[in-house]
Design a protein around this ligand. Structure first.
Ligand SMILES: NC(=O)c1ccc[n+]([C@@H]2O[C@H](COP(=O)([O-])OP(=O)(O)OC[C@H]3O[C@@H](n4cnc5c(N)ncnc54)[C@H](OP(=O)(O)O)[C@@H]3O)[C@@H](O)[C@H]2O)c1
Length: 410
């Protein structure tokens, strides 16, 4: 998540846009009602945009605290732009943030005219520019943008943002909104964790190992590693239905996984010899471990790292603490690190652009496949229950795909 200062500044911008035009806004909210009957128009002839946002004013389970707030957005002025959201994914961190258990807390404000200070949920997505203020330099109507940082509240049909908060997609040719709307969190996380925690020779004789291999991050890591000539051992949760499990293994192998094993196999007999055989008796080093899960699974995984390797923790899906044997620190000099894409993107905006561009290049070339998704269509008449149910199910696991809001045109 973005630091709260980024969040505040994006909201201050929205607030400024609305407040500077507060008189016409009030006047106009009456006129807008004309458009709410019959054929609805998102933008009135006065330039005001009708919008709906999934907001929360207290922490809790999404189905209990999310509400749908309708408001209107003033015409773009100065360096602000008005956006229409195309796609916004539902990531585990978004749910944790609504529950109040995520370290980055949103600022609750009344900027959108809610009766209580509220935050708009969601942190990732792609939007289309529908209008620009006279001071906007680099964006024009029809451009696609993603958020420069997280914490900007993407689960809304429209938003007003200062152009400085946005990354323009320079070349959207051959890309879908889903591909662009899911590029900035998971693929960037996988990309940086693989590249920034080890020195690679890129000769095809090095490995990484990961748990949570079926997650969005895991799938991205498999594909990037394949592209860079890094072999992978991928740990998944076994399925009761063995046919389903086999299908999942095959899915990951088709993406470019070198080996796929279940959590049970990781801790079972024989795996030590098996991994030794795969890595040519250890001559092909396992240089990085990616830990999405924590608990015993992560401990087991860490034991297969080569001396001097890094275990990078980025998630804690099992909600179990990380237990690390002292011997790995003392005798194998394993480095234990964490990674948080929000902090990284705040610190390295240029690197973020390069990383996003590179993943989108691979996507355009057909070398980086879409994640499996469960679409939740969001139209003007979609009820809050439909939207909050899609959010609520996110942490359940064993899902056929990541939840994503796909916004209707109107
Ligand atoms: N630190 C960062 O910068 C960063 C960035 C992105 C994501 N993340 C974190 O990475 C994790 C995955 O995110 P994502 O968006 O990639 O997730 P996702 O696509 O929604 O997938 C969630 C994954 O978690 C697995 N899982 C769920 N409960 C589990 C459990 N009890 N034990 C083991 N595995 C479990 C699921 O396994 P099944 O396939 O078996 O259901 C699934 O593969 C989350 O914790 C997220 O917050 C962190």
């Amino acid at each position: 998540m973005a630091s709260s200062s980024c969040f505040q500044s994006s909201f201050r911008t929205s607030l400024r846009t609305i407040i500077t035009q507060s008189r016409p806004l009030c006047l106009h909210s009456q006129r807008l009602s004309r458009y709410a009957v019959g054929s609805r128009r998102t933008i009135s002839s006065y330039g005001y945009t009708q919008a709906k946002a999934l907001v929360y004013s207290k922490y809790g389970e999404p189905q209990d605290v999310l509400s749908l707030h309708r408001h209107s957005i003033s015409p773009a002025a100065g360096t602000s732009v008005v956006l229409r959201t195309l796609v916004a994914p539902i990531n585990p961190a978004d749910v944790n943030q609504i529950q109040g258990v995520y370290p980055a807390k949103p600022e609750m404000t009344i900027a959108l005219g809610t009766s209580e200070p509220s935050a708009v949920a969601g942190n990732e997505g792609v939007a289309e520019v529908i209008s620009t203020g006279s001071g906007v330099k680099d964006l024009k109507r029809g451009d696609w943008v993603i958020m420069k940082s997280t914490g900007m509240g993407t689960w809304r049909t429209h938003m007003a943002v200062d152009e400085s908060q946005l990354l323009k997609i320079d070349n959207k040719e051959g890309l879908t909104p889903l591909q662009v709307g899911t590029v900035s969190v998971n693929p960037c996380t996988a990309y940086r964790m693989l590249l920034d925690f080890a020195q690679w020779g890129f000769r095809g004789d090095e490995w990484f190992i990961q748990n949570g291999a079926n997650s969005g991050v895991g799938r991205a890591a498999i594909q990037l590693a394949r592209e860079w000539g890094i072999k992978s051992i991928n740990v998944i949760r076994g399925r009761e239905n063995k046919e389903e499990e086999q299908k999942l293994r095959q899915d990951l192998l088709d993406l470019g996984a070198t080996k796929v094993i279940t959590e049970e196999e990781l801790t079972g007999r024989g795996i030590k010899d098996q991994i030794k055989e795969w890595t040519q008796g250890g001559r092909e080093p396992i240089k990085v471990g990616l830990n999405c899960v924590g608990g015993k699974n992560a401990t087991a995984l860490a034991k297969f790292l080569s001396p001097g390797a890094a275990l990078v923790t980025y998630g804690a899906m099992s909600k179990q603490p990380l237990l690390l044997p002292a011997s790995l620190l003392i005798f194998k000099d394993i480095r234990f690190n964490g990674f948080w894409v929000s902090k990284w993107s705040d610190r390295h905006p240029d690197q973020k652009k390069q990383t996003v561009d590179d993943v989108l290049r691979l996507t355009r070339e057909g070398k980086f496949k879409d994640i499996p998704v469960q679409e939740c269509r969001w139209g003007w008449k979609t009820e809050v229950d439909t939207l909050s149910k899609a959010v609520q199910g996110t942490l359940g696991g064993f899902r056929p795909g990541k939840g994503v809001f796909v916004f209707d045109e109107a």
